[in-house]
Ligand binder design. Structure first.
Ligand code: NAP
Length: 339
């Protein structure tokens, strides 16, 4: 009932973004399509000074930029910003399946952005078949490890923005998912420093849990954001880090699904899915929630409780945080001190 109420009743109540983003610099990853593109369109319409579309395919990114410009050129805030010559949309390359690309992107943020007000770590994917990228299953690499590597890499620029501009508290939003509730996460019973190995193992419990791999990849992100906030509480931190659940939305996310899975998902989406624009409102709203949302999971633009697995397993959260930090340190020594 909660899911249906959310999709069929709450959707119409999602606030249409209306704040001004004049002067602000905003990055949206995975913004050539789907929720990321719609969030970026809101920011362009509302006059962001600088908008970075972070995409793995530059051609698709430029096509999205042209579309966004064409559909927002006549809005008051965007037009005013453009007349003043203060609005720019840039397309930057970022492949979350390659750590080197994430590192290069992080270095570029540090080198080229004067300020960073809002960062949407939105890029994500569903892989119907087992594959690997870098040293993990692909969804684990893209939706979890690279997402938090990126968060660590952009954090210095966000902290510097808070220090330099009075009254600005930057926000880093992880696009989460209600799907994180769809697993009991049996891999948590693995020995210390072996939870990720269990998650990466396609034959864990005879492969019985592969269908939960996307939920697990999103669950790991919920644990990580809570760990960041536990280590760095809101009152001692200049940046808000939160999670936004956009709800079930029409997008390209299930593009790889086949057979029965594809038909079932299409039918469910046809019946209850939000448009990508409606879902994107939850992401944009997370950027204005402020300090009270630090470490929190937002559902329908309100602070909500994550799954029971998260709430009942604080010790697993701590163990995962140790594993995640060790993984990030192995990729780039010292990077976790950025948090
Ligand atoms: N749609 C839903 O119902 C729903 C519900 C809850 C949460 N979410 C989450 O919302 C976020 C956006 O998904 P969406 O629904 O908008 O799906 P989408 O239309 O498939 O968009 C996903 C975006 O992520 C990008 N991406 C995928 N792998 C990448 C990689 N290795 N490096 C860089 N970018 C990569 C995609 O780029 P390409 O186009 O080049 O592949 C695309 O821009 C995801 O994190 C997803 O888990 C979606």
């Amino acid at each position: 009932m909660g899911f249906l109420n959310s999709q069929l009743v709450e959707t119409s109540k999602l606030p249409y973004p209306s704040s001004s983003y004049a002067g602000q610099t905003i990055v949206v990853t995975g913004s050539n399509t789907g929720l990321g593109k719609e969030a970026a369109r809101h920011y362009a319409r509302l006059g962001a000074a600088r908008l970075i579309l972070a995409v793995r395919n530059l051609e698709k990114g430029h096509a999205a930029k042209e579309e966004i410009l064409a559909t927002t050129a006549t809005t008051t805030a965007a037009a005013a910003a453009a007349v003043k010559g203060s609005m720019a949309i840039d397309v930057w390359e970022l492949d979350m399946a390659q750590y080197a690309s994430v590192q290069a992107f992080g270095a570029r943020v540090d080198d080229e952005l004067e300020r960073l007000d809002i960062f949407h770590a939105n890029a994500g994917l569903v892989c119907p078949k087992y594959s690997t990228a870098e040293d993990n299953e692909t969804m684990v690499t893209v939706n979890y490890i690279s997402t938090f590597l990126l968060a660590a890499l952009v954090m210095p620029r966000m902290k510097a923005t808070a220090a330099r501009f009075q009254g600005i508290r930057p926000t880093l939003i992880i696009t989460s998912s209600g799907a994180h509730e769809h697993t009991k996460f049996p891999q948590m019973s693995a020995a210390d420093n072996n939870i990720l190995a269990a998650v990466n193992d396609p034959n864990y419990a005879g492969g019985a849990h592969w269908k939960e791999q996307y939920p697990v990849s999103k669950l790991l992100g919920v644990f990580a954001v809570r760990s960041i906030a536990k280590e760095h509480p809101a009152d001692a931190y200049q940046v808000t880090v939160n999670l936004a659940n956009p709800g079930l939305c029409h997008s390209d996310l299930a593009r790889g699904a086949e057979g029965f899975q594809r038909v079932a998902f299409s039918l469910m989406k046809a019946a209850v899915a939000r448009t990508a624009e409606q879902g994107s409102r939850t992401l944009v709203d997370a950027g204005v929630q402020g300090a009270k949302s630090h470490g929190q999971y937002l559902d329908n633009c309100r602070i909500a409780l994550p799954s029971a697995v998260v709430l009942q397993n604080g010790e697993v959260q701590d163990r995962l945080w140790v594993e995640l930090k060790a993984t990030l340190e192995a990729i780039q020594p010292g990077v976790t001190s950025n948090f």
